[in-house]
Ligand binder design. Structure first.
Ligand code: UGA
Length: 452
């Protein structure tokens, strides 16, 4: 089924490791390449530098079967591969909204001169539209037999393996039938499993990823804008989201109101999309995404304000417990984490903040060494005057008013992910606040529903 194709995967961040391990599990011989020798050694020893359910097992299976290994040598990669996947990161540039393409550029610059026969180079990184066309020209100049395709990735952290092995769609931007045929071979198994294949141009393939992330971010900010209205008007955004989501034209996914989106993808991708549109003279088309970003960031400030309110208008010296550091549950990623941002804002307001997270403490310590961390939930909550639930880990959603009530000094809780039952917590004597739920909305709804 693999037709003897040999694959290389350049870049061993989230995307690269997942792609390498998954392709090996599909039966391909895979060589992963990274310039960081320590990471390469770690991966060859079967250890993941990231937290991703199921990925380490898959990596080890691939290593044990001799199907995957990692190297720092681009020369080895050029000699080994028929298909080379570019999976390097494209973070936000420091001091600008544009994507930093240095890793993608240097990866192609290192590989291209070493290629000497027919091969396919496939970009999977998220790049501004127009990048692939430029790289294709550079590549064919260095090696006339090499061709470029673009094949964006839609995997989510936390379900990266399933998203890669059983994607809902596979988008291939190609300039020849040969490139399409090779990618059909690479993805034969997921295609046989029902994934939709969309064959398109390089530009549309690049845009597909930017547009998908922009839409997801817009959906989240839309419901968070409704949350702001609910707070002002006395509504309940959880009920509102349920009502909207029941309409199949809208759908319930990505309508969870709360602290908003973070991570290494949505925030920087929509900024880079706007910046690229402006370069193309089409800035007005995406101007709304600036508001999407602004709504998202406002939720962080609002959460800090709620804590200030619950602390009686002064956070100076007040012990505050922050539950969550990862940008979402099931991940140890703290890039652009809303939870850590709120912890930082509260610290700036004078609070004595202690952060706990079941998986992301090491990364959080590295990213924000100025914050205080506790090794367990109980340690973090000990003596707290305000508790903030900022990432909806199961350990936090399973909390009960009684268990937490015995540890804290004052019963004040902010449910910034709308995962707790307000009635239960209020009945147990807690001052409960959520985002998008007016203080008395739940009580009012119950009274209005009562026949008496
Ligand atoms: C996102 C996209 O979902 C993937 O399709 C894409 O491939 C990936 O970015 C990428 O560009 O590489 P990911 O960043 O892993 O994936 O996380 P999501 O599950 O999309 O969540 C993003 C953020 O939105 C999280 O902070 C989450 O807490 C928040 N969110 C999500 C909400 O606040 N409300 C929701 O209803 C859903």
């Amino acid at each position: 089924m693999t037709d003897g194709l040999r694959l290389t995967v350049l870049g061993s961040g989230y995307l690269g490791i997942t792609h390498a391990a998954c392709m090996a599990s599909l039966g391909f011989d895979v060589l992963g390449v990274d310039t960081d020798g320590r990471k390469v050694d770690q991966l060859n020893a079967g250890r993941l530098p990231i937290y991703e359910p199921g990925l380490e097992e898959l990596l080890r299976e691939g290593l044990d079967a001799g199907r995957v290994r990692f190297t720092t040598s681009h020369a080895q990669a050029a000699a080994f591969g028929d298909v080379h996947f570019i999976c390097t990161g494209t973070p936000q540039q420091t001091g600008s909204d544009h994507a930093d393409l240095s890793q993608v550029n240097s990866c192609v610059a290192a590989l291209a001169p070493l290629l000497d026969g027919p091969c396919l180079v496939v970009g999977k990184s998220t790049v501004p539209v127009g990048t692939a066309r430029r790289l294709a020209a550079e590549l064919s100049q260095a090696c006339p037999g090499a061709e470029l395709a673009w094949n964006p990735e839609f995997l989510r952290e936390g379900s990266a393996v399933a998203d890669t092995l059983a994607p809902d769609r596979i988008v291939v931007g190609v300039t020849s039938g040969r490139a399409e045929q090779i990618l059909r071979q690479v993805y034969a198994r997921p295609l046989a499993g029902g994934a939709a294949l969309i064959v398109t141009s390089l530009e549309t393939a690049e845009l597909a990823k930017a547009a998908a992330n922009a839409f997801l971010a817009t959906k989240i900010s839309f419901i968070n804008a409704m949350a702001e209205i609910c707070e002002a008007a006395g509504g309940d955004v959880r009920d509102l989201a349920q009502i909207l989501g029941a309409d199949p034209r809208i759908g319930p996914a990505f309508l969870r109101a709360g602290l908003g989106y973070g991570g290494g993808c949505l925030p920087k991708d929509i900024r880079a999309f706007v910046a690229r549109a402006e370069e193309l003279g089409a800035g007005a088309s995406l101007a709304f995404l600036r508001e999407v970003d602004a709504i998202n960031l406002r939720r962080r400030a609002r959460t800090a304000d709620l804590a200030h309110e619950l602390a009686g208008g002064n956070l100076t010296g007040v012990p505050v417990c922050v539950l969550g550091a990862a940008f979402k549950p099931g991940s140890d990623d703290v890039r652009d984490s809303p939870a850590l941002d709120v912890a930082q804002i509260l610290t700036g307001m004078g609070a004595r903040v202690t952060v706990y997270d079941p998986a992301a403490l090491d990364n959080a310590r590295r990213a924000r060494p100025e914050l205080s961390y506790a090794p367990t939930l109980a340690d973090a909550a000990q003596g707290a005057h305000v508790v903030l639930l900022l990432t909806e880990w199961q350990e936090f959603t399973a909390l009960t008013p009684g268990s937490l009530g015995g540890i804290v000094a004052r019963r004040n809780i902010i449910d910034a992910r709308n995962v707790l039952d307000p009635v239960l917590w209020r009945e147990a004597g807690w001052e409960y606040r959520a985002l998008g739920v007016a203080e008395d909305a739940a009580d009012r709804a119950r009274q209005d529903a009562s026949p008496w």
